[in-house]
Design a protein around this ligand. Sequence first.
Ligand code: UTP
Length: 298
Amino acid sequence: MEHIKKPIRKAVFPVAGLGTRFIPATKASPKEMLPIVDKPLIQYAAEEAIAAGIEQLIFVTSSSKRAIEDHFDKNQELEDELEQRGKYDLLAMVKHIVPEGVSCIYIRQPEALGLGHAVLCAKPVVGDEPFAVILADDLIDGFEQACLSQMVNLYKEQHCSVIGIEEIKAAETDKYGIIKPEEFYENVWKIKSIVEKPTPDKAPSTLAVVGRYLLTPAIFSHLEKIKKGAGDEIQLTDAIARLLAEEQVLGFQFNGIRYDCGSKLGYLKATIDYALQHPNLREGFKKHLQMVCKKNCF
Ligand code: UTP
């Protein structure tokens, strides 16, 4: 339990999945590079982590994800060109994608064996520290405070693993990890058990795990022991189920809206909502939407 006094400084971004729901867009480029308006999903995720105090971004990648490394790397040619053209706003934007004091580390997951396996690949870099896991395709608008920052606040009080939770429709339990909750306090549950993708009749609740986790390093020894589970993949949920037997794990219903950008519908919803929030696009886009609604008799 040495980790208890340690702050959360590291975040793991598993980005080695195949993104089959977005084929053909994801045939040669990562789904995490899909933009919402003008920013790739992975940058939203990195910004959320940095806002929560994360200093080390650990990307678990695969062979088709080179664009992610390039995105967080320096692009001298582009910087020189923007400087020459006097485009200083854009120059500042590309220069500060990774702020000072934050570093990026890349690890390969040789085979897409599942989310649990991807997280285990980060063990040599995470070591004996609590850490965050962020799934970039779950884009979360946390309104006043980003989701991960809300979770870190809870971690600082409770010093245990904290999992991001959302209430879902009963018919959709077979797409998520589902918890059996015990009320702790407002928006926070003690997780009594957890199961990956149960059918609605077997689901212990409609409280689903979404792509934000704060985990103690004890999770790694469980990830090392578990076998393939739902979907024939090494599931993070199964390791959390084992962790529960020895440590408290809390479910936290964050304040905010989540968009499942790994699905086409979720991606389109996020694009519309973020475009309507964009200062330079809002008015023009709203007019277009009004016209579309009228034309289609919505
Ligand atoms: P998903 O199942 O949502 O992503 O995994 P996927 O496999 O990329 O997409 P679909 O379902 O085929 O469309 C959740 C997260 O775990 C990562 C994915 O990149 C995604 O962020 N992941 C999944 C890995 O890094 N490695 C894996 O072996 C599996």
